[in-house]
Design a protein around this ligand. Sequence first.
Ligand SMILES: C[S@@+](CC[C@H](N)C(=O)[O-])C[C@H]1O[C@@H](n2cnc3c(N)ncnc32)[C@H](O)[C@@H]1O
Length: 258
Amino acid sequence: MAVVPQKLIDRQQNYRAFSQVVDVPRGQYWTLEAKKIDSQLTEEGYQATAAGYWYLPREIKEYDTLNGRHFVANYKYKHIVYHYNLIQRFVQPKAVCEIGGGCGHLAGLFAINNDSCVAVIDLPEMIRVAASFLFYLFPKEDKKVLLPNERNGKATTADIEFFLPTQIEELKDRKFDLCINIDSFMEMSTEEVDKYFRFINEHTNIGGHFFCCNREEKDTKFVDYPWDKYGQWEDVYFEKCKHSIHVPFLERMRKKHA
Ligand SMILES: C[S@@+](CC[C@H](N)C(=O)[O-])C[C@H]1O[C@@H](n2cnc3c(N)ncnc32)[C@H](O)[C@@H]1O
């Protein structure tokens, strides 16, 4: 029996075609890495192609269920569940912005468990993967997902909305209770990280939060992020990540002041 309706398969395919012709600026790491990322959606479910990396089925070991849907719970998913639970200790947000959302696990968790609206900013290739996963998760569209080629410049609402880095101007009137970056500032250029810190400061409500977990050092260093360049923030949590035991990661939750 088909588990994903044809109209969602068509939407993923339309987006995939769109994503093959858009160009967005990206750092050196993702200029190479993005070429390996792809995903297809079929009526049986989602697949990562051979180039689809380890976000989806490479480490097939365990499964989990969300919204009644069975899927591979690889290391990356567990990393996200750990962070989802950590974030819940500080904030139960209604409006969330995630920068570099990967395959959409965290957006799905917030939409299902917190009834949050989530704006995800990501590269075109990765949004193909996230679209496949989320259409598989919500085949009845009980949570609405909107892709970067589907807004046509019009103001719209959805539970999970995707934006390319070149579309963040479309978020100019939005404010969030929580902004998140997990495992992705570490792979951007210094200029991209700076741009997103300014964006986070401009788009977080007073009293809202910013959660960041990244490697201490990869393409960028955690300590070098422009923590105090934009706005007034206080730390409410700052620790070594307890989930990433092989490579040192830091995790930091900040709260925005007036
Ligand atoms: C290692 S993955 C982490 C994904 C997810 N946060 C997780 O932990 O599973 C890095 C993510 O950052 C995204 N990314 C890289 N450069 C970006 C940019 N300039 N703007 C937005 N997202 C970017 C990648 O496409 C990818 O989704």
